[in-house]
Design a protein around this ligand. Structure first.
Ligand code: BG6
Length: 467
């Protein structure tokens, strides 16, 4: 493009976190345990009990976010602070905490963008079958109602479920499903169906209760590349695009399962049980926008059922492949992060264009960022130039996508402040603000502005004019 369009005037320059990764205070003020609290931790990394201690330091944290100039802050509410057992009596102290946090944000002119559920299902619900149990749909609807009732006067942007597609595709890794089941995938797609119903009900309820509010899904979306122009590779990429991405957005936006995903279910024996009226529920809810997380692209090749399909691509932690459907492939055109994730800013533009083209809804980026081992240098300095480069390249591509005509309303990189990574501890840092602790030594947990903090502050001040 010769003439790049400017970022819109009210663009949400933001940043993101999630409750269990940042709050700590895992069992305080009546909070119940979630699947995260009782989950298995890989050896050598911290658990989520203290995290960044944001629960006790939220005022100081919000002041820093305001200093950075954030227009929006995307965070999640811990279901178990509101309902310690998932259902039953609400916990006033939990409601009080989020009231205070939201008020603090509003006072500073920061728009709260709230994720209702970010991986931390109440353990009490998990014990009753979790998402395999249809009652969890009702529990979620009831939880949603409580959130809208208490916070709906100030929260105008809601996200239903964070990365539902990752919970399903990597359910055996995340622990939502019993590995010993004969057909865990079938169970996962049943859970998926229930989550889709829960999401649709929450969207409908939001529109009824809060006519001015906006609500949308928040999957992890990245466009899938074929390993080559060989037609069989292109078919494999289509397969994976349908199963990994469009399945979730088609269900959210059009209220139906896409045909490629459905025939895949039939082929593999994963078809979920659908009760009478379910499809009407899905079709009755329309999101107002699409939020999505983007870290890396992925590449796949044709799978000839040789039993050697599983291979990591994009994100080295995630091994993908499905016999006869697609096979993971390393993209030799991309550099990798210290943690082995492929870096693909152009893929970000491609993904933005593709989602917009399919659904024609406003888009909001709710995660994008670089996990790295930051070094705290003398004089409280963190020179995270690599993070600045990563974000700059992605923001440039976002601007090109806007120039292409994509209706992008905001960009909330991961993460506002250092927090505990989902599988790799606190040493894998993402924040603009450093939290002074190690895996097992909590030190003083003090907050230190990184070089990227000052850089992002300027970007926001100038509305992205001088990238
Ligand atoms: C997303 C999640 O999958 O990626 C976050 O929504 C997560 O919760 C983020 O932290 C980065 O992944 P990781 O594994 O590096 O923490």
């Amino acid at each position: 493009h010769q003439n790049v369009k400017p970022f819109p005037k009210n663009f949400f320059w933001g940043a993101s976190t999630s409750a269990y990764q940042v709050e700590g205070a895992w069992n305080e003020d009546g909070k119940g345990p979630s699947v995260i609290d009782v989950g298995h931790h890989p050896e050598g990394v911290t658990d989520f009990k203290v995290a960044s201690d944001h629960y006790h330091r939220y005022k100081e944290d919000v002041a820093l976010l305001a200093e950075m100039g954030l227009k929006a802050y995307r965070f999640s509410i811990a279901w178990t602070r509101i309902y310690p057992n998932g259902t039953g009596e609400a916990n006033p102290k939990g409601i009080e905490f989020y009231n205070s946090l939201i008020n603090e944000l509003k006072e500073k002119g920061i728009e709260p963008i709230v994720t209702m559920y970010h991986f931390d299902l109440p353990y009490a619900l998990q014990q009753k079958g979790g998402w395999s149990n249809r009652e969890t749909v009702d529990a979620f609807e009831n939880y949603a109602k409580t959130l809208f009732t208490h916070f709906g006067d100030r929260v105008k942007y809601w996200l239903t479920i964070n990365e539902q597609n990752m919970m399903i595709l990597h359910g055996t890794a995340i622990g939502t499903v019993d590995l010993h089941l004969e057909n865990p995938e079938k169970e996962l797609y049943q859970q998926n169906h229930h989550m889709l119903l829960a999401q649709a009900k929450a969207i409908k309820l939001c529109h009824e209760m809060l006519p001015d509010a906006k609500i949308g899904p928040a999957p992890n979306i990245c466009y899938i590349y074929p390993a080559s122009s060989r037609p069989e590779d292109v078919l494999a990429a289509q397969n994976f695009n349908s199963i990994r991405n469009w399945l979730y957005l088609d269900a959210a936006c059009f209220g139906r399962y896409n045909s490629v995903a459905w025939s895949y279910f039939e082929e593999k024996g994963y078809t979920p049980a659908i009760q009478e009226g379910d499809m009407e529920i899905l079709a009755s809810a329309k999101p107002d926008f699409i939020a999505f997380n983007y870290y890396t692209s992925m590449t796949v090749a044709h799978s000839n059922k040789d039993g050697n399909d599983r291979h990591s691509t994009g994100d080295q932690q995630i091994v993908i492949g499905d016999s006869g459907v697609y096979k993971g492939h390393t993209n030799e055109h991309l550099r990798k992060t210290e943690f082995g994730w492929e870096i693909d800013p152009v893929g970000f533009r491609i993904t933005l264009r593709e989602i917009y083209d399919r659904y024609h809804l406003p888009l909001l980026v709710t995660e994008n960022g670089l996990g790295a081992f930051d070094k705290l240098e003398e004089g409280d300095v963190i020179n995270d130039d690599y993070r600045i480069d990563f974000l700059r390249e992605h923001i440039k591509q976002a601007q090109l996508a806007i120039t292409d005509g994509v209706d992008l309303i905001g960009y909330c990189p991961w993460s506002a402040i250092d927090l505990v990574s989902t599988h790799q501890g606190i040493s894998k840092r993402y924040g603009f603000i450093y939290v002074n602790r190690d895996e097992f030594d909590l030190k003083d947990l003090r907050r230190i502005r990184k070089k990227s903090f000052y850089w992002y502050q300027k970007i926001i001040q100038t509305n992205g004019e001088n990238l």
